[in-house]
Write a protein that binds this ligand. Structure first.
Ligand code: KIV
Ligand code: ZN
Length: 386
């Protein structure tokens, strides 16, 4: 079994989302939950971006005990100096520096050329290495970069001392097969690749962030860069809970140190503090991920949960699956809910209650326990009147 390191960037890539900004106190709460969850690395921020971000990296560095605390920089001296300062209290620290690797970025963002970019990349790693042992290099927009040039860049930064090399699909452009081949190409063509950890950082512009991250891992990457609930720039980053639960559910030949029973709670805290609601049908942590409302599915789940669930809700920290009563629900679900509210009903009475229940469900859509108790009261009262 190979360990996959989990690098969490909720507090950096996730926090860049408009409306998701956090104050230092809120970031400390999330960092505490991430540590309990078992992530290996917490990317705490981009210190040069604002005094607030700098302070947050300082405070997180003081608080966090086990995970590595990481700070983002561009391949520039002021950025690296600032990150070194912000990380001074961290027990285990990492500088994450990098530069564009695709021709689009080289030409239009940096107005430079491959040769100059390569020199700057090597310089940045060597400079950061004077202050910290653990230096991660990101080859921005690697998803759209020429593989030969990318390999040259990766080889050069590892030679310069990079301990981790991040291959980001910055624009979420790759197909899973394409991204996996890119990782394989690097593994096969970079002589010193075994001296560094290869990391994958995928964005979700085409809805492929999870698939691409997985493809990266299947092709040799040992670190995944993810966020809780998949929050992040534009369509977001790969969602941590998805990759971790894929590895567990499919019994792949990998493991992470994530305590999956803490996933749900962490997801809720991040959603609340970042003011970012979770879409109801979001895989793993959405409200409906373990909810069953159609009669056929409810009947199946009540007979045996595995009929319609591939994950035990307890594995992510939820008590149980949910049976939602709507006009699409069947008798068995209604009976189950009535029994859980301590009503004992025989089959003839159930038929009658079920008809009344359907009329109510057509009107109010979802029938909760309170509605059900009221319905039972009305039915009982009618029986007395007769
Ligand atoms: O998506 C990206 O390329 C990034 C880098 C800064 C690592 O977030
Ligand atoms: Zn990113």
């Amino acid at each position: 079994m190979k360990k996959i390191f989990v690098f969490d960037t909720t507090l950096r890539d996730g926090e860049q989302v408009p409306g998701c900004q956090l104050n230092t106190k809120e970031k400390l709460i999330i960092a505490e939950h991430l540590e309990r969850l078992g992530v290996d690395v917490i990317e705490a921020g981009f210190p040069i971006s604002s005094p607030g971000d700098f302070e947050s990296v300082v405070s997180i560095s003081k608080q966090v005990k086990k995970p590595v605390v990481c700070a983002l920089t561009r391949a520039l001296k002021p950025d690296i100096d600032c990150a070194v300062d912000a990380l001074r209290f961290a027990k285990r620290k990492r500088i994450h520096t990098g530069i564009g690797a695709s021709d689009i970025h080289i030409k239009y963002k940096f107005r430079s050329n491959r040769q100059q970019i390569l020199l700057q990349a090597v310089w940045a790693v060597k400079y950061a290495k004077q202050f910290v042992e653990d230096v991660e290099f990101y080859a921005e927009d690697a998803g759209r970069a020429d593989n030969e040039f990318l390999a040259k860049m990766v080889q050069s930064v590892i030679k310069a001392g990079a301990t981790v090399v991040n291959i980001p699909d910055t624009t979420g452009y790759c197909l899973p097969e394409e991204f996996g081949s890119k990782i394989k190409f690097l593994i096969d063509n970079v002589d010193n690749i075994h001296k560094a950890i290869i990391s994958v950082h995928c964005h979700n512009d085409l809805g492929l962030a999870t698939a691409n991250t997985l493809s990266g891992v299947l092709n040799g990457a040992s670190q995944i860069e993810t966020t809780i609930n998949g929050i992040g720039e534009r369509a977001g980053n790969a969602a941590m809970e998805e990759i971790v639960m894929i590895i567990k559910t499919k019994k792949l030949k990998f493991y992470t140190d994530i305590d999956t029973k803490k996933i749900y709670q962490t997801s809720q805290i991040v959603s609340k503090l970042m003011n970012m609601p979770i879409q109801k049908n979001k895989a793993i942590v959405g409200r409906n991920a373990f909810a069953h409302s159609s009669g056929i599915h409810q009947d199946g789940v009540l007979k045996r949960r595995e009929n319609y669930e591939i994950i035990d809700p307890k594995d992510i920290g939820l008590d149980r699956s949910q049976i939602i009563l709507t006009a699409r629900s069947g008798r068995s679900a209604l009976k189950f809910r009535l029994q859980s509210l301590n009503y004992r009903v025989d089959d003839t009475t159930l038929d009658f209650i079920y008809n009344e229940f359907l009329k109510l469900a057509d009107r109010i859509k979802e029938v909760d326990d309170r509605n059900l108790r009221q319905l039972m009261l009305q039915i009982n009262n009618q029986n007395y009147e007769h």
